[in-house]
Design a protein around this ligand. Structure first.
Ligand SMILES: [Zn+2]
Ligand SMILES: [Zn+2]
Length: 296
């Protein structure tokens, strides 16, 4: 039995645009990128390729070649793609990667990335990447990779966006960097909030968009992001064990985020095994079940 815990490493936790300013350095200025390490799984597993993806690539590149991995992109907004062309392992013929993304209208994963890396925007095109890269346009249904499964549900956002759910053994991680909870009444389906609560029910870890507070949200309805208070209340209602608030507004400096974090701790620390605002470079560990408890 493998007793090492699943580890989640946060390479980029900023929303909307990178912010390389002194006042943002404690929480970090890089945009969305989350790596999950599952014991026994040697292929890289990453969610989103914002600017944090570049730093992950540099670390891998420093360890030589022969890398393989899967990258799940939630949607094609810049803050989730900007690190993609700067990921050094893409430029090594000995590496191989599979890229997954939901469709956007009639465009699939390959077309979206080709557009992002077309000559007008960037000097390197998709076909110039030397690694073996395969783009896969995905449906929400679960895909089984052996040691884990990945599925998604649609977020409430300004473009088609995935909320990924990763299941590995008994552990569940939900990654929702861009999702607007309040505007959740999707009349074409049914009550989004209800659907989402059942989707995240009992999750070991929920990483969720918390770009605004309730006051700020009043002027930002329909922008595709959530107020942190809504997220915490929903997570508590759903029995989520650990809650990590991500996708920080680039205009919020470290002192402001500290203040939110203090408030979050004061009001909700006792309700979760872990709760807090994400910091770039942070590693969250899903502790293994106590082997002695299994004997009882
Ligand atoms: Zn975003
Ligand atoms: Zn977005």
């Amino acid at each position: 039995m493998n007793s090492k815990p699943i580890q989640i490493k946060l390479w980029g936790v900023r929303g909307s645009t990178p912010c390389a300013n002194d006042e943002n350095m404690r929480y970090g200025g890089n945009t969305s990128c989350v790596q999950v390490e599952i014991p026994g799984e040697d292929a890289l597993l990453v969610f989103d390729s914002g600017t944090g993806f570049r730093n992950l690539g540099n670390e891998l590149h420093g360890n030589g070649a022969g890398h393989k991995g899967r990258v799940f992109i939630t949607h094609p907004h810049w803050d989730h793609l900007q690190g993609f062309p700067f990921f050094k392992p893409f430029y090594d013929v000995e590496n191989s990667f599979r890229i997954y993304m939901p469709p956007n209208g009639d465009m699939g994963c390959q077309e979206i990335l080709q557009g992002h890396m077309s000559n007008t925007f960037f000097p390197v095109s998709m076909d110039m990447l030397e690694a073996d890269i395969n783009c896969i346009t995905t449906d929400p249904e679960p895909i089984d990779f052996g040691s884990y499964q990945v599925e998604y549900m649609w977020a409430v956002h300004t473009v088609p966006t995935a909320i990924y759910k990763l299941t590995a053994g008994n552990s569940t991680i939900v990654y929702a960097p861009d999702n607007e909870i309040m505007l959740g009444d999707r009349k074409d389906v049914h009550d989004f909030r209800k659907e989402f609560i059942s989707y995240v029910k009992g999750a070991d870890l929920l990483l969720h968009d918390s770009q605004y507070n309730r006051e700020e949200y009043k002027d930002r309805k329909g922008w595709g992001h959530s107020a942190w208070e809504e997220v915490v209340e929903l997570a508590e209602e759903a029995g989520v064990k650990r809650l990590c608030l991500i996708h920080h507004d680039p205009d919020k400096d470290d002192d402001t985020l500290d203040e939110v974090n203090r408030e979050v701790q004061k009001r909700y620390a006792s309700k979760f095994e872990h709760i807090g605002l994400a910091k770039e470079g942070q590693v969250i560990s899903l502790d293994p079940p106590d082997p002695f408890l299994a004997l009882v």
